[in-house]
Ligand binder design. Structure first.
Ligand code: ARG
Length: 574
């Protein structure tokens, strides 16, 4: 076994050995990375079986060891403490593995034997409004999850659930008509446009009446209204596309499945739910009360599928969306990268879809929630004027701050400097969104995210560029070179590099990109220790120079592939 996930492989072998001891089915994921000195992996299976087997865990551990065959990759395992199995990888195996990883573009990560077809909803901003920091998080996290899942070998179909329908469009269309009745019209400031429409709606009765009438026209498919609506959607999409391009996010017009797309399916959703006996009329609205959802007073909570006035809302659209993707597009998995406040909404939508048979046993639906981005005062991020921060401003600011970081570099040409500033600034913004557990809020700070020290993308990009410059200086063909692990710092680095598949696997499995960030950071730290302790270009031991260059090269490849799975680029020079 040279490629793949080492802890999974050890786990497989332990399970095989356990079969000689008992036929009890063991729990999964039972081999973990150990922080203990001299121990690489640890397994606590024997302890978890002690009670059920009525035997001392140490004895069970010894029985497992007796039938355990890991000699090709590890030293003989040891039973430790109350019954742990301790594994130490053989250095000669680590040498072979890391040498081989250098020639593998996937750096040891296996392709899944069970590919799924995944529909992922992310970004999903609202038409005629600026994207805000929450949409940025959704976009960045959704993009990383998409990259990770594709790399694992799954089919991933993004769909951008644009908020492009509903009553506000009456006033927005009327405002558009007032401003520019025909021809092309560029909206410079989406929020300003929305505010102006709202203020007219609130202060001008005639305008409000026109707006209400316009909603009716829009819903009845009136031609002129539809084309005005299209102009608004296109103009907003132009703004969103600019943001995606600057961010390096691969979302295009083809990925847009806005709320309006599901319009034709809404009536059938309500009819079929009613025919299945799942609906109730409550306060004039058609509702479903899915099992297990109650409000604070203990009363059942409704999911409103058709409002009193006959209109359909956000929930009905999400029911139609889910049904469309499972029934018409044959997806097996549905992921929704949407802020944590919508957790209950999605839980209810999933429950209703299960009851209706639109989600079946073979399907998995998951709300990938995330916390808020907070300002340094610990409250939701706002501009000085108290407005929510415009994403396009934020991105421009990221690049200009990054330019300050590299300001001292007079040796870079202007074009290169711009590219590098973009890579650093956009990378930092993304990494800040990705490197913490997504469910937690985080405080937005330029200083912290652009720091050259600590768990930042800048630190990783610098580490990579430094390695590339050492490799360029050596200017050596490394084909046929073998990695040799003489110094403890070399072994520690090799072990970290051998664990890349585990880190990618952990980040992919739970849709937790921060696990990959943590791993990359730890690997870069281990590299810098190696670099301090083991001279590379000036190595004295024969053969050590080549081997160390190859270790350095594998480190660079690992950082670059890892960051690319997070959507972050790695310039060769910084
Ligand atoms: N447009 C919504 C918002 O800005 C997010 C939509 C999320 N996706 C969904 N299928 N509900 O909050």
């Amino acid at each position: 076994m040279l490629f793949g996930d080492v802890s999974e492989e050890l786990a497989r072998r332990v399970v095989a050995a356990l079969r000689h001891v008992t036929d009890i089915e063991p729990p999964s994921a039972l081999v973990r990375v150990s922080a203990q000195d001299g121990v690489d992996y640890q397994c606590d299976l024997a302890m978890s079986l002690g009670k059920r087997l009525g035997k001392a865990p140490r004895e069970i551990a010894a029985d497992i060891v007796a039938g355990l065959d890991v000699a090709d990759l590890a030293e003989p395992p040891e039973v430790a403490g109350p019954g742990f199995l301790n594994f130490t990888l053989r250095s000669s195996w680590l040498e072979e593995r890391t040498t081989a990883l250098n020639g593998d573009p996937r750096l040891g990560v296996a392709v899944t034997p069970r590919p799924r077809r995944i529909a992922i909803d992310y970004s999903s901003p609202n038409v005629a409004k600026e994207m805000h920091a929450g949409h940025l998080r959704s976009t960045v996290i959704g993009d990383a999850i998409t990259r990770l899942a594709r790399f694992a070998g799954h089919e991933v179909i993004p769909h951008n659930h644009l908020g492009d329908w509903g009553t506000p469009f009456g006033m927005l269309i009327e405002h558009l008509l007032d401003e520019r009745p025909s021809g092309p019209y560029k909206i410079g400031d989406l929020n300003g446009f929305y505010r102006a429409a709202r203020s007219k709606f609130e202060n001008n009765d005639d305008f409000a009446a026109r707006s209400r009438n316009r909603v009716v026209l829009l819903q009845s498919g009136d031609d002129e209204t539809s084309s005005l609506w299209r102009r608004l959607v296109d103009e907003s999409t132009r703004h969103f596309t600019q943001v995606y391009e600057l961010l390096g996010i691969d979302l295009t017009g083809e990925d847009i499945y806005g709320e309006s797309f599901y319009n034709p399916f809404l009536a059938a959703v309500v009819d079929d739910l009613a025919a299945a006996g799942l609906t109730e009329i409550s306060d004039g609205a058609v509702c479903v009360f899915p099992d297990g959802f109650r409000n604070r007073e203990g009363d059942p909570l409704p999911l409103i599928v058709r409002k009193r006035d006959g209109g359909y809302g956000y929930a009905a659209t999400d029911l139609a969306t889910l049904r469309y993707w499972t029934e018409q597009r044959g997806v097996t998995d549905l992921l929704y990268v949407v802020g944590a406040p919508q957790a209950q909404h999605f839980a209810m939508v999933f429950a209703v879809c299960r009851a209706a048979g639109w989600l079946r046993d073979e399907h998995q639906a998951e709300h990938i929630g995330f916390g808020s981005v907070l300002g340094e005062d610990g409250r939701a991020m706002k501009t000085r004027a108290g407005e929510s921060v415009r994403l396009s401003d934020l991105l421009a600011e990221a690049v200009s701050h990054a330019a300050e970081v590299i300001d001292g570099r007079g040796d870079l040409s202007t074009g290169v400097r711009e590219e590098v500033a973009k890579a650093i600034g956009i990378g930092a913004l993304k990494y800040a969104d990705l490197s913490g557990d997504r469910e937690r809020d985080y405080v937005f700070s330029w200083d912290r995210m652009l720091s050259k020290n600590g768990n930042t993308s800048v630190y990783l990009q610098y580490a990579n560029a430094r390695i590339r410059s050492v490799l360029a200086k050596a200017d050596q063909d490394l084909t046929g070179v073998r990695i040799l692990l003489g110094h403890p710092a070399e072994r520690t680095l090799a072990l970290a590099l051998a664990r890349f598949p585990e880190a990618v696997g952990a980040a992919t499995a739970g849709h937790r990109p921060h696990k990959l960030c943590t791993y990359l950071y730890e690997t870069a730290v281990v590299f810098s220790r190696f670099y301090e302790e083991c001279p590379v270009l000036g190595a004295e031991v024969p053969g050590a120079r080549d081997s160390r260059l190859l270790l350095a090269e594998l480190t660079s490849k690992t950082l670059a592939l890892g960051l690319s799975l997070l959507g972050i680029s790695t310039p060769a020079r910084l």
